[in-house]
Design a protein around this ligand. Sequence first.
Ligand code: ADP
Ligand code: XUL
Length: 530
Amino acid sequence: MSIYLGFDSSTQGLTAIAIEVSRASRHVAFQRTLNYERDLPRYGTANGVLPQADPLVATSSPLMWAEALDRMMGIIATESGIDLSRIRAISGSGQQHGSVYLNSSASGVLAALDPHTPLADQISGVFSRSDSPIWMDSSTASQCAAITRAVGGTRALAELTGSRAFERFTGPQIRKYFETDPAGYSRTSRIHLVSSFMASLLAGADAPIEPGDGSGMNLMDIAARKWAPRALDATAPGLEARLPALGPSWAVAGPLSPYWTGRYGFPAARVIAWSGDNPCSLVGTGLVSQGRIAISLGTSDTLFGFMREPAIDPSFTGHVFGAPTGGYMSLICFKNGSLARERIRDAAGLTWDGFSRALRATPAGNGGRLMLPWFDAEITPEVLQPGVHRFGLDPADGPANVRAVVEAQMMAMANHSAWMGVKVDTIYATGGASRNRDILQVMADVFGAKVDQLEVGNSACLGAALRAYHADELAEGHNVPWEDIVAGFVEPIAGSRVSPNPEHTEIYQNLRRVYAAREAEALSTLTSAL
Ligand code: ADP
Ligand code: XUL
């Protein structure tokens, strides 16, 4: 029997999963989450984000992520009950786009960590910048414009890197750092993604960036899976020397460093390159071949699917990423996901149960009452001036607002994913809110598709563990097909299927057009107000 560990360093917390694989059985043996706000309060984050005066700025603390990893490794060693000696490989998933800035002391410090002293105490001096911009940041519009101009326009950048310039993508964030703190930039000798930073902590050495997460930077040539010199030059001087190498998703970053073996008694297991949470979710939802889509209802809501060939969204709101299985994936990201649902829930003074009851008590289509749920700046469609728009909807009517926010999110997802050209028959739902069957019913009705709820709510973390399994087999010379890697782990919960109600789907077909028109009107007003 072999054990593989997967981590998910996400916006609000760190999760770990251990999977056991033997000839006779395969199952999740352990799962635990540390929540940053609750479990690591000394960093002062709210929902994992540091307080900021500017609502467009979003940063977090890389030291906090490291401390969470240290604590979790301690928990696995002492509380999980798993036989540590059977752990063969470890991988992980990171919130995408976020970047970590290290000074020249970092490689020496990481290589020589003392097992007798907590990790955070030893690495607090390795950062050239103490905070990390994360995916929720929307403050780099001017840098996006400059990079786009330098590369030759929106289409040229999208074709080269898989996406037009996006505020949260790492390249624009790096450019902003270089522009606003050139001394800090010149003190920086290494810029990691959240994923490659966390893998480097485990390996005690610089881990590579792999193509799944590398495609969220506006810096990687999506077809060649190499750094794109044109994009690097458009971003900041001397950038290539500051980036780690790009490697395949199954690259071995090294054995687990002596810090972890010495401190907690782990074996020198293989550390596999970490990827982004969405690429990991592709594996953890079993989307290893074309034709199905998954929707993750996490801090962000995302919709994604596997693609053999890269297709570019003609409206440039969606992305093409490298898939960690080889091939490509499409991804559309909505920033106003769980936190928007929570705001409506809290404003109405409800629990999640009450939120569900409100969905059940209100009619599909909400009698035509609509909401554009842009509590925060939105990614899809691009909205830089946050603001909630209501149409015929009384803000004090709690149940109607509950229905309006969920319908808006599902209609926006359905409308903005049409370019993918996938005839959606079945949707795999994952993420924290996928346990809410009343939300899944609205999803099924709006898309006119069946929705299956997956056994493991955190498919990014599961996907990371499965990637560790795959890479370990490959390193042993066994190229196990992805279908066999995921089998037994990604099956939907028996009896969980939510089927669409055809009458409701018909209502939404019309309402989706009205929603699109309201969205377009609001966007044109916002643009003309700029
Ligand atoms: P992340 O993207 O940070 O990994 P998760 O996938 O763990 O986040 O999702 C966390 C979110 O799940 C919480 O912010 C919460 O809003 C949501 N959630 C948890 N339980 C429910 C529920 N019963 N109904 C709707 N949403 C829920
Ligand atoms: C994807 C995106 C988010 C983050 C955090 O492009 O920005 O989904 O990965 O979950």
